[in-house]
Every structure is written in C-alpha cells, then in structure tokens.
Ligand binder design. Structure first.
Ligand code: FES
Ligand SMILES: [Fe+2]
Length: 391
C-alpha cells in the first residue's frame, strides 16, 4: 500500500537538474559525505589485485594487500600523475608507472628511485591520500569524508537486510558502468517510481502492480518498494536451489534506495546494486553489479545451476535497463527547456520521489522542503514566465 492519500508536489525546480551552483552545493552537502558502493570483493581476487575508476572526487585506486582492500586517491605525490590508467590488474608492489615511486599499504613512500636527487626530503613526508573503505558482505564501499559514520550506520535499517541478502553473492554475472547525459537525480527518481513501468517496460514487465500488492516504506535513510515476484517458470527452480544452499529465498521483489545514490535489489537468488555517480550537473555514471548466490565451492552443481538461471534472467534485466536509459535523456531535455507548463506533479505511486526530494532539500537547508524556499538556499536561475502563461 502507498503511504500518502493524495498526490504530492514536485519539490525540486527544473534548475535543480541543470544548474552548476546547485550541483556544487549537492557535492558539498550530500555527495561528498556519502558512502559509495564501488565494487564486489570478487573483483579483487588475489593479493596485489587492483581496480581503478574515476569518482566524484577524482581518480580512485582499490588494491588488495595483506588480506584486505585499501583505497587511495589515484594521484601520485611526486608529479601528480595517476599511478595507473589501467582499469584493473595485479601489481605485486604499489608503484607509480611514471617514475616508479613505490608505496606501502598505508600509502607512505617506500622506495624512491635515485632518492638522493630529492635531497633534502624527510622519510615518509610524501605519500598517497587514503580513502576510507569498508565492506558490507562482499560489497566494497568508499567514502571521501573522514567524518562520515561507519557504513553500517549510514545504511541505517538497510544494513542488516543488505548484508543478509548479499551474503554468499559470490558470482558476479553482470558488471557494467554506463555514462548518461542526465542529472544524477533523474536516474534515482526513475529508480524510485514504478509509475513508468506500464509505458516504458510494457513488453518486459507488463503493467505496474495494483496498489494492494505493493508496499512503500519510507524512513530517514531512504525508501523501499516491495512487490510480488514474477510468475516465471524459473521461480520453483530457484526456490529449490536456494533450499539446497540452506537459505530461504525472498518470494517477492524488494527494491531499496539509500539516499542519496545507492539502489539495491533483493530478488530471489539475485543480489544487485546500482550506485549513481554524478560526473557534472547534467551527467552521471551508473555503476551496476549483479551477483548470484553461491555455495562457495561446497555444492558445485547447485552453483552451476544458479548461474544458468541467472544468465537467462540477465537478458531481460539488460532490456529493462536499456528501456530506462533511452528514456532519461528525453526527461533531461524537458528539464532544460527554458519554459515549463508548471512545477510538475507527483502521483501517490511516485511518493518515494517526493520523500527523496524532501530529504535532499532538508540537507541543502530548505526548512520545509518547498521549492519556493530553494532560491534562498542556492542561487537558481528561474525561467521567466511568458506573458499570460506559466513558467
Ligand atoms: S609522478 Fe609518480 S613517480 Fe613520478
Ligand atoms: Fe524502469
């Protein structure tokens, strides 16, 4: 069931999806303090494995060493080059590729070629910037904010179900990173509503479920949508495979968003997350991982069977995501129009969007979340109303 009895206001003005000053304020207020799901631990399988990527605060390097994963700003303290431009690999020593400076796990310089030519240089004075890294189950999170609470605290009520569902999610069957020319909030808001299903996903998902069959749960960290599972012929097979793993399978579809940018799903033996990484006021990157439950080698036949059913599902998941991502630039283009027919309107079925927008406005400093107050918070270029019309 839905929470609200009535439709709701669209709280954010169009400028929130286009304006550079607004984006800068979001970076400082909600994006930098967040935790970001960036990888599955299986992506760093061996001692010395690394992955690198660009993020809201620039290039990042994750590397496994001493049995744990470390995160660094991927910028060398010597001449500020990226240590590596490779997206993944294995290196026995953490070394910058440009002049060969080497670093220990804590980021301190360990060896400098021709060190006397840097005289005088105190030992350990230059090093890599460390980035906070924590894991929940197999999911690797980073935060650029030294003052951020531990990731489990940040996840709030999602921490326990997230960890439970991702436990044993040992086979990554879909890893993708997609750049989109849209403001990050459009991706989140699209994730937050099922209203577009009937129009955008008619052939893949059919219509949206009736209100009695679904549930919205809103709290101070984010929101969740619960719906009945699909009636696929694979369902009993998955249920049997989960039983063989000794764990109950969720019967329904559960879709959660932890504000501001983490979406995760629990659907049968599939554990997936999407992290929406803003790359500018009107662009973002979607980091998506889908993993399947596994026995970690105890029951190879069960593991193999789960991989087969999830491969079958993957074709549909890819189509669903493509359907969304084709649509979103069209929404961005409408937001960028200099004139609008009104402020917009949110249905009860989209109420998680208003919940998210209110959360954001609260953090940006708007007292009651009303769009009229936003101009006091961030300098917003408001469109001018044409004579006799509305903007
Ligand atoms: S820039 Fe890294 S060693 Fe010179
Ligand atoms: Fe969708």
């Amino acid at each position: 069931m839905f929470v609200s009895d009535t439709h709701l206001p669209q709280l954010l003005p169009p400028a929130a999806y286009t304006d550079a000053a607004w984006y800068q304020r979001e970076l400082e207020t909600v994006l930098r303090p967040a935790w970001w799901a960036v990888a599955l631990e299986q992506e760093l399988p061996a001692e010395g494995s690394f992955v690198s990527f660009d993020h809201v605060e620039g290039p990042v390097l994750l590397r496994r060493s001493g049995g744990r994963i470390h995160a660094y700003r991927n910028v060398c303290p010597h001449r500020l080059a990226k240590l590596t431009a490779k997206s993944c690999g294995t290196c026995p020593v953490l070394r910058c590729e440009y002049h060969g400076w080497e670093f220990d796990d804590g980021g301190a310089t360990r060896r400098i070629p021709d060190a006397p030519s840097f005289r005088p240089l105190e030992k350990g004075r230059l090093g890599l910037d460390l980035i906070r890294v924590e894991q929940v189950g197999p999911v690797v999170f980073i935060s650029f904010d030294p003052a951020a609470p531990p990731v489990r605290e940040w996840l709030g009520g999602d921490a326990e179900p997230f960890e439970t569902h991702f436990r044993g999610a040992g086979w990554c069957f879909w890893k993708t990173e997609i750049d989109l020319p849209v403001n990050w909030k459009l991706v989140i808001e699209n994730n937050l509503e099922s209203y577009h299903v009937g129009a955008v996903h008619a052939t893949t998902l059919g219509n949206f479920p009736p209100e009695e069959a679904c549930g919205h749960h809103l709290d101070e960290h984010g929101s969740r949508f619960d719906a009945p599972g699909d009636g696929s012929f694979l369902k009993p097979i998955k249920r049997h495979l989960a039983w063989r793993l000794g764990r109950p399978m969720p019967e329904g579809y559960s879709h959660s968003v932890v504000h501001p940018t983490l979406m995760w799903i629990a659907v049968d033996v599939h554990a997936g997350f999407q992290s929406i990484v803003p790359t500018g006021p009107t662009s973002c990157r979607i980091v998506h991982r889908s993993a399947g439950w596994q026995s970690m080698g105890r029951k190879p036949l069960v593991d193999w069977a789960i991989r087969q059913v999830l491969r079958t599902d993957l074709r549909v998941w890819k189509r669903i995501i493509r359907e969304d991502f084709v649509m979103l630039p069209q929404v961005q283009a409408g937001m960028e129009s200099p004139r609008h027919p009104g402020p917009g309107l949110v249905s009860r079925r989209e109420e998680r969007i208003t919940h998210f927008q209110r959360w954001l406005l609260d953090r940006l400093g708007a007292t009651d979340g009303a769009a009229d107050h936003v101009a006091d918070v961030v300098p917003v270029r408001r469109p001018v109303a044409p004579k006799g019309g509305v903007a």
